[in-house]
Ligand binder design. Structure first.
Ligand code: 4NP
Length: 151
């Protein structure tokens, strides 16, 4: 079993999409996918309605996810930790206990060679259009990651 953790700031907009999309593309007997936020603002909340909507428009139900905060024991529980942006990356790495922990942390968009800016934009303060863009960006990147992981 390979376990994958998707991490953003609030765990209500970007990482729930990455969680749901990645889970839908991988066999669940071989991969475990989860998500978390580096911040504590939305612990216990369902994903943002706009993330739920764009996922639903694409045939995915992420409405039952519940936000949680990234914790140090996630370095033990997960094989790969994908950060949605550089700020998330730095927040996660600041909690690492050793180089083994640090090596598990990757920038999610590093898998996407057609995108120069390696930060998934935070759509929280925008409209539904931003969520559509983020969905497509995450979906394309998950396709590339699946190719990397299943060889
Ligand atoms: P996320 O978006 O990190 O993609 O879940 C955010 C959600 C909430 C906040 C910031 C970003 N917030 O400041 O409440």
């Amino acid at each position: 079993m390979i376990s994958i953790l998707m991490v953003c700031l609030g765990n209500i907009c970007r990482s729930p999409l990455a969680h749901g999309i990645m889970q839908s593309k991988l066999p669940d007997d071989l991969f475990y996918v989860d998500s978390a936020g580096t911040g504590a603002y939305h612990i216990g909340n369902a994903p943002d309605k706009r993330s739920i909507n764009v996922a639903k428009q694409n045939g995915l139900d992420i409405s039952t996810q519940s936000a949680r905060q990234f914790k140090v024991s996630d370095f033990d529980a997960f094989d790969i930790i994908y950060a949605m942006d550089e700020s998330n990356y730095n927040n996660i790495v600041s909690l690492a206990r050793n180089t083994r922990d640090i090596k598990k942390v990757k920038m999610f968009l590093e898998a996407n060679s057609s995108i120069q800016n390696k930060n998934v934009p935070d759509p929280y303060y925008g409209g539904q259009d931003g969520f559509k863009y983020v969905f497509e960006l995450i979906n394309d990147t998950c396709d590339a990651l699946v190719k990397e992981l299943i060889d």
